[in-house]
Design a protein around this ligand. Structure first.
Ligand SMILES: [Zn+2]
Length: 379
């Protein structure tokens, strides 16, 4: 990851620019968020590839100088290829993004006039190369300038921790293991085929640094830890982007086994890059699944069924089925997912099934001699 990864620029807004969007105080210690696109930008949502960097600007009224001032606040990167519909009008489309760099209300950077040019469509991702065409700068000059604004000139409270310190920490953890209560279930550093928890590594690395007395683990968050480690060229992986089975086992805490499973997953990636693993993975996307269940009112969509399973905790249980199975190339996108009760889900997966037609609005077929039609509620 370096300046040439910055491929896109996108405006974000909250309440039409009244408030700040996506800043740290609401994220708590979460190092990712779903980035939203307006309703009429459906096609733009999938333009940034997994791993591309998107620089975000906003113009909240609270900025000194008022609404005309635009500021850079984030660099983010999409973590999967899903286009999620979340029913949050007027910004229903979203991509889950890792936060690569984040500034706050005090450190947000004014967008220079030569970067912010005409033809920037609010809410859409616009290619940096597109901006370069309208300016006197090359794409790479603009990318470098933005990169420096976020990384070179800003003072990180973790700036004193060097790559050597991190490697010392990793060596120590190899001997002693990670503190049980400090194991991260969200993010891992991948180093030499092994996985380590970013915040814990930073805490240990700090003990090897020159300024060790100034830091304890409450003084920095996951975003800062991940950002600093990425700057030192370590690769950071979000566990949710590994195969489902790996995550399930990880959460169950079957430790030794997990390492093996993760290793297997990682071994599928010849170049060790994060990108491939995400393309191969088929995880059930939490925001997408949640949105779909709500949208269909937690009801089985098989004709005549409408089964609703009430849970003890007051919730409703429903499953989300892939219409075209993942092994046959089906994707976890809204046009390929349908809520089914457990019985219909299994019958759908194991029964005699024919799909006669399928498009963005409906799917027709026959399951064990019973014709069915699914009408997608998403346009
Ligand atoms: Zn059913």
């Amino acid at each position: 990851m370096n300046h040439t990864s910055i491929k896109w620029i996108k405006g974000v807004t909250r309440n039409h620019g009244e408030y700040w969007a996506y800043l740290e105080e609401e994220l708590k210690d979460q190092a990712w968020f779903p980035l939203n696109w307006p309703k009429n930008r459906k096609e733009n949502v999938l333009k940034p590839a997994v791993g591309d960097l998107i620089v975000l600007y906003q113009r909240p009224e609270q900025v000194k100088g008022g609404k005309k001032i635009k500021v850079f606040t984030h660099i983010v990167s999409p973590t999967n290829k899903l286009r999620v519909y979340n029913d949050l009008m007027p910004h229903p489309w979203e991509r889950e993004c890792d936060i690569i760099a984040i500034l706050n209300k005090n450190t947000a950077i004014n967008v220079p006039k030569h970067i912010f040019l005409k033809n920037l469509v609010w809410g859409s991702c616009v290619a940096i190369s597109q901006l370069a065409k309208q300016s006197n700068f090359t794409t790479e000059e603009l990318q470098k300038e933005i990169w420096n604004m976020f990384f070179e000139n800003s003072k990180s409270k973790l700036g004193h921790i060097t790559k050597e310190n991190v490697l010392s920490a990793i060596a120590q953890i190899d001997k002693e293991g990670e503190h049980e209560r400090r194991i991260s279930l969200d993010y891992k550093i991948v180093y030499d085929g092994r996985l380590y928890s970013p915040k814990y590594v930073i805490s240990v690395a700090n003990q090897y640094s020159v300024q060790r007395e100034f830091l304890n683990h409450d003084k920095f968050n996951s975003i800062e830890a991940n950002t600093h480690l990425r700057k030192l060229n370590f690769s950071i992986l979000r566990l949710a982007d590994l195969e489902n089975v790996v995550i399930d086992e990880f959460v169950k805490g079957e430790k030794g086994n997990v390492e093996e499973r993760v290793k297997k997953a990682l071994a599928k990636i010849p170049d060790g890059s994060k990108k491939r693993i995400i393309e191969q993975s088929d995880r059930q996307d939490t925001p997408l699944i949640r949105a779909l269940k709500e949208l269909y009112n937690y009801e089985c969509q098989f004709p005549g069924c409408k089964t609703k399973i009430l849970k003890r905790d007051g919730g409703i249980y429903i499953e989300i089925a892939h219409i075209v199975a993942v092994k046959d190339g089906g994707k976890s996108v809204v046009e390929n997912l349908i809520p089914l009760c457990p019985n219909h889900h299994k019958e759908f997966d194991y029964g005699m099934r024919e799909i006669h037609s399928k498009n963005e609005s409906e799917c027709n077929g026959v399951l064990n001699s019973v014709p069915f039609q699914f009408k997608f509620r998403i346009k």
